[in-house]
Design a binder for this molecule. Structure first.
Ligand code: CA
Length: 255
């Protein structure tokens, strides 16, 4: 299996600091975007701690013996991987909370986390918060994550349309975040890899100013090596003021 990955980040035109963090490792098949929040630069700390913890826990070469045994019992390696993702997210959350308790100026810090873990010909996705993962396959864009926001809950309940939701002031209030909310329940999903697939991980700095049709358009216009930068630049051009981060992963070979 061969993957190519590209990333671009920008603090945006308004903010001095960048509270987004990302990680890409084509060999380990691990890709992460985290969008931190909290005063006194705590957002930067939270997103960095999340990325660090997830990387430590998920880029190990092989499952440890206990997990391998469990794997045989479970029968479906995908279940085990999704379980590892959930466990790693909760470890990250616990670590951020410990740091926040030890450093009161960081109290209340938290972060989103969107993770793509590629293994065994499959792409496993897990997320907490409103950073998103998309799949662009055969020119069609699908969103693989559902935002953990109050606004998304309202959409699900039929009280808001997605169009109305784009104009709500507090559209980024999260129902879950890593760290701040304590134990988390990440959503997970799995796709079989296909050659030519493009996975996009991004912070809301991309998805606030750009709607899905525009992201699909850019995905079809730009080559994968340029796409992350194009998304970030387009988000700024469309009026984005937040920190903006995109990670693009292309499946070159699925063997
Ligand atoms: Ca953000």
């Amino acid at each position: 299996m061969k993957l190519e990955a590209y990333a671009w980040t920008d603090p945006g035109p308004v903010r001095d600091n960048n509270e987004d963090a990302f990680h890409l490792d084509e060999d380990a098949g691990l890709f992460i975007v985290a969008d931190g929040m909290g005063g006194h630069a705590a957002g930067e700390v939270a997103s960095r701690l999340a990325v660090e913890t997830l990387r430590e826990m998920l880029s190990g070469d092989e499952l440890d013996p206990d997990e391998t045994r469990l794997d045989r019992q479970v029968g479906d390696p995908g279940d085990l991987l999704r379980e590892r993702l959930r466990y790693a997210m909760n470890q990250a959350s616990a670590r951020i909370r410990r740091e926040a308790v030890a450093n009161p100026s960081w109290s209340g810090m938290g972060t989103t986390a969107a993770v793509l873990l590629v293994e065994g010909g499959q792409a496993h996705v897990a997320h907490v918060g409103d950073s998103r993962v998309y799949l662009l396959r055969d020119g069609r864009l699908s969103r693989l994550t559902r935002d953990h926001t109050v606004v998304q809950q309202e959409i699900d309940a039929g009280r808001l349309t997605p169009e109305m939701a784009r104009r709500v002031t507090h559209r980024n209030y999260l129902t879950q975040s890593v760290g701040y909310h304590g134990p988390v329940e990440p959503d997970t999903t799995t796709r079989n890899l296909e050659v030519g697939d493009i996975y996009i991980l991004c912070s809301d700095g991309v998805t606030d100013p750009l709607d899905d049709p525009r992201i699909a358009e850019l995905g079809n216009e730009a080559d994968a090596p340029d796409l992350a930068e194009r998304l970030v630049r387009d988000a700024i051009a469309a009026g984005g003021e937040d920190n903006i981060t995109a990670v693009v992963v292309r499946v070159v070979d699925d063997k």
